[in-house]
Design a protein around this ligand. Structure first.
Ligand SMILES: C[S@@+](CC[C@H](N)C(=O)[O-])C[C@H]1O[C@@H](n2cnc3c(N)ncnc32)[C@H](O)[C@@H]1O
Length: 276
């Protein structure tokens, strides 16, 4: 039987509620309509009683089949929003998280206070941090990543959004030339031992973007050491909940003169600021 847009939206929310919490399912159905089908709320207010073309029903069914396997909506859609800008994402990149906005805010704040002229985003993934900083400051911005697939997506995002960034392929600061000023990174920080209990959606993201040895601390420690050795004035890291105390001690032990933690909206350790 032909379906109206309103009925399709209700059926979709019910189908999503088969594997999501009801509130999440309702919100995600809204995203599918707005971002996936281009049916905004105002459009729906006028057309919700209209009949859905069969190809749209088929499209939603195909998306639903993929989503039921646990594939995140951002990969199905191919993009997500970060600081109100649209970033392409692919299975080669982590899906940007809202907490990372706190890292960008901290970088803007510290960078302005220290009056820096350049900044590097280490482990750039889809390029969200580097692109945001390039578009919101007049700093010279560079970015590095180990993954050629992630760098290809980051380059595309920089070009689409009109951000001038120099990209380097390689580990941490190895490929980044002197002089270093602000070093910013959201590197992998999840403890591999936590993997069995994680949301099934995470299995679709690259393991190399999520997990770090030594209870998730190894890459943060390595970057703090490298940035200190190369005399960067500041190093800002997104970190895991509960990693703050240990990483502050390690940063001070590496010769940083100050190490501070910012917490996220849920009260978890989230950003480490190390100052020379
Ligand atoms: C947690 S993701 C963050 C991506 C992006 N910065 C964001 O906030 O959405 C970590 C990124 O670090 C990269 N990475 C992992 N190990 C690295 C290393 N040793 N050197 C440089 N990048 C690395 C991964 O490929 C991945 O793109």
């Amino acid at each position: 039987m032909p379906q109206t847009f309103q009925q399709l939206r209700l059926d979709l929310a019910a189908a999503l509620a088969g594997f999501l919490e009801p509130e999440e399912a309702h919100a995600e159905a809204g995203l599918w309509f707005e971002d996936g089908l281009g049916c905004s709320r105002s459009w729906m207010a006028v057309h919700q009683g209209g009949l859905v073309p069969p190809e749209v029903v088929t499209q939603v069914e195909v998306w639903l089949q993929r989503r039921r396997t646990g594939e995140p909506w951002a990969y199905i859609l191919g993009w997500t929003l970060f600081r109100d800008r649209r970033f392409k994402v692919s299975p080669a990149t982590l899906i940007p998280r809202p907490e990372t906005e706190l890292l960008v805010e901290a970088a803007l704040d510290i960078g302005k206070r220290l009056n820096v002229g350049r900044c590097v985003d280490v482990g750039t993934g889809s390029g969200i941090i580097a692109v945001s900083l390039a578009l919101e400051t007049n700093w010279e911005v560079s970015a590095s990543d180990l993954s050629p697939g992630a760098l290809a997506v980051a380059r595309e995002n920089a070009e689409t959004l009109g951000a001038r960034i120099t990209f380097h392929e390689g580990s941490l600061l190895d490929p980044v030339p002197e002089p270093l000023e602000l070093v910013v990174a959201n590197l992998p920080y999840v403890d591999p031992a936590d993997q069995p209990g994680l949301q099934r959606e995470l299995a679709f993201e690259p393991a190399s973007a999520l997990f770090a040895p030594e209870r998730g601390l190894a890459l943060s420690q390595a970057l703090l050491a490298q940035a200190r050795e190369r005399r960067a004035p500041a190093c800002l890291l997104e970190i895991g909940a509960g990693q703050g105390g240990e990483l502050c001690r390690r940063a001070l032990g590496l010769g940083w003169s100050k190490a501070m933690i910012h917490q996220d909206f849920a009260g978890h350790d989230r950003i480490l600021v190390a100052l020379r």
